[in-house]
Design a protein around this ligand. Structure first.
Ligand SMILES: [Zn+2]
Length: 136
């Protein structure tokens, strides 16, 4: 079986990603809930996309997702005969928001829309970066 490779660059937090990486350091994937209308949003939101409220509270997502789309990158380093296959998927979280991330431990040739995924975390520098894995 061919297995996907995770290939992350160095990730560093900045003021815009401080809250995100504080959550992922606890192995939690943050989603926001609107205090005014109850809409659920992704971690990058600064206001509610349904009502415009800035009254957001943050919770940990369940980590479950379903593939909505994906690509397979064929990366070949210099002098490397066999390319590494990096799978990047857009997953729809069980709570509703969509998120894209690399997928570990998956046969790229068995990826398909609708495949069930779970969020996991891998270290990049001092930060924990969310990735997907197939849901067993
Ligand atoms: Zn709202």
């Amino acid at each position: 079986m061919t297995t996907s490779t995770i290939n992350l660059g160095l990730v560093c937090r900045d003021p815009a990603t401080e809250n995100f990486f504080s959550s992922t350091a606890k192995r939690e994937f943050p989603i926001c809930l609107c205090s005014d209308c109850g809409a659920v949003g992704g971690p990058q939101q600064t206001l509610c996309l349904s009502c415009g409220s800035t009254g957001l509270k943050w919770e940990a997502a369940s980590g479950r997702a379903v593939v909505r789309s994906y690509i397979v990158l064929h990366q070949r380093a210099a002098l490397q005969e066999t390319p590494e296959l990096v799978v990047v998927a857009i997953g729809e979280l069980a709570e509703g928001p969509w998120w894209w991330a690399q997928v570990a431990d998956v046969d790229p040739y068995t990826m398909a829309e609708g495949k069930r995924l779970v969020i996991d975390f891998v270290a990049s520098g001092e930060e924990m970066v969310p990735i997907f894995r197939p849901d067993a």
